[in-house]
Design a protein around this ligand. Structure first.
Ligand SMILES: NC(=O)c1ccc[n+]([C@@H]2O[C@H](COP(=O)([O-])OP(=O)(O)OC[C@H]3O[C@@H](n4cnc5c(N)ncnc54)[C@H](OP(=O)(O)O)[C@@H]3O)[C@@H](O)[C@H]2O)c1
Length: 304
């Protein structure tokens, strides 16, 4: 190819990538708006000294990065996931750096009795948590065409992404209300607003948690408890590695995503979402038929 043409092509690709990244940076109320004013990852550092923050899914990806960030902001972080060894290692590394501290609290959240035991132990040790970050999650990418004999996919996503999260909320919310403050941060997906094809089970489970939280927010409004939904765009973590198509798509780093979680704790917004998700959901409301056509294109463009 002509070198000039190649250069033009590279520039266009670079600019499209830059545009995509800008449209992917989540903004919202509270910290989100502050971020928008200060730049993508603004300098507003929350002071979390003296607060207890429980992060599920803290052994990897977004949860691990968020836990490190939140501890760097001064909090005591309770790390929850199944991999005890990874949690112990991450806790030791956090404790070595400070100023916050970390405790490993291994738990299989798919087991609701284990969730109860975890919450009882946490309440016994700390009285209450100031912030619960529902981040542990399971994603399944499969068209409904391939799901006829796989009802368990829908059960497994609901089990972890919805039932485990609401069990945690039901157990930890009363102490938050009693102390007169608290926050539940749900790490959801921009896919809920976009209604991404091939992710029906996954986004339905995330949408269920969003709807639950919106209803409960009204009930807990006078008690100083804030529900925050982060509509996370694509993040380069182990969760997306099985999907080869994502390799060429721009994505946030786990650290950028973790920073969003810590800033959401500082700013207490109701929703943090990337502009492209807002645009898609607005178009969907105005004309679902238009979005059906776009989603069908995407469905045909990216095979199983
Ligand atoms: N990556 C993305 O592009 C993206 C986009 C939007 C939203 N999200 C959401 O972000 C959250 C974090 O995902 P990630 O990308 O950071 O994925 P990840 O690196 O695969 O981390 C998933 C975390 O969930 C934990 N987990 C899984 N099953 C569990 C169980 N039964 N009990 C307790 N913990 C369990 C895992 O720990 P163990 O295996 O040790 O249990 C791990 O710490 C998820 O809710 C995901 O849906 C991700």
């Amino acid at each position: 190819m002509n070198p000039l043409l190649r250069r033009l092509q590279r520039t266009a690709r670079g600019q499209a990538g830059a545009l995509f990244r800008v449209a992917s940076k989540p903004i919202g109320g509270g910290a989100g708006l502050r971020q928008a004013a200060l730049g993508p990852f603004g300098s507003g550092e929350p002071d979390l000294e003296g607060t207890v923050v429980l992060v599920t899914g803290a052994s990897s990806g977004i949860g691990e990065a968020a836990a490190r960030r939140i501890a760097a902001d001064g909090a005591t972080v309770l790390l929850v996931a199944r991999s005890a060894e990874a949690l112990e290692r991450i806790a030791a590394e956090i404790n070595a750096v400070g100023p916050g501290t970390a405790e490993a609290r291994p738990c299989d959240l798919a087991d609701l009795d284990a969730v109860d035991e975890l919450c009882d132990a946490v309440l016994a040790d700390h009285g209450a948590v100031d912030v619960l970050v529902n981040n542990a999650g399971r994603s399944i990418r499969r068209s409904v065409d391939q799901s006829g004999e796989r009802f368990h996919d829908f059960e497994r996503t609901m089990q972890l992404n919805y039932f485990a999260a609401i069990r945690m909320i039901l157990r930890l919310l009363p102490a938050m209300r009693e102390q007169g403050h608290g926050q539940v941060v749900n790490v959801s997906s921009a896919g809920v607003q976009i209604r991404t094809p091939r992710f029906s089970g996954y986004i339905a489970s995330k949408a269920a948690l969003e709807a639950f939280s919106d209803a409960v927010q009204a009930e807990a409004l006078a008690d100083g408890v804030r529900f925050t939904t982060i509509s996370m765009p694509l993040v380069r973590t182990p969760m997306i590695t099985p999907t080869k198509q994502y390799e060429s798509i721009p994505a946030l780093t786990p650290e950028e995503a973790g920073r969003l979680v810590s800033e959401a704790i500082g700013g207490r917004p109701r929703r943090v979402a990337p502009p492209f998700a807002h645009i898609f959901s607005t178009v969907d409301r105005l004309s679902p038929e238009t979005m059906d056509t776009i989603r069908n294109r995407v469905y045909r463009m990216f095979p199983e």
